[in-house]
Design a protein. Structure first.
Length: 91
């Protein structure tokens, strides 16, 4: 979050020889529209549960963002499995 500066530099050759460089700076505000929380729980040496939560940051994003899907990609050599919470009954 905060102000960022993007620097763009283009160099090109002239027909009569030599080169020329053109620089331009763009200033813009960057917000943090999502609050991302993560919780890790290890169960021995072979298993690890990871929970990731995405929430709209109401202070930064007035309209909020919509996430249509999300995937978790495990590092090479590891396996990611989706754990689905079973429905609870009130009986």
């Amino acid at each position: 979050a905060g102000q960022h500066i993007l620097r763009v530099e283009v160099g090109y050759g002239l027909s009569e020889g030599g080169t020329k460089i053109q620089r331009k700076f763009y200033r813009f505000q960057v917000s943090n529209p999502l609050v991302i929380s993560e919780l890790t729980y290890r169960t021995g040496d072979s298993s690890c549960f990871v929970s990731i939560s995405l929430e709209n940051n109401e202070q930064e994003s007035k309209q909020g963002l919509t996430v249509s899907s999300a995937e978790f990609e495990a590092a090479p050599g590891l396996v990611a499995e989706r754990v689905v919470e079973s429905p609870t009954s009130n009986t």
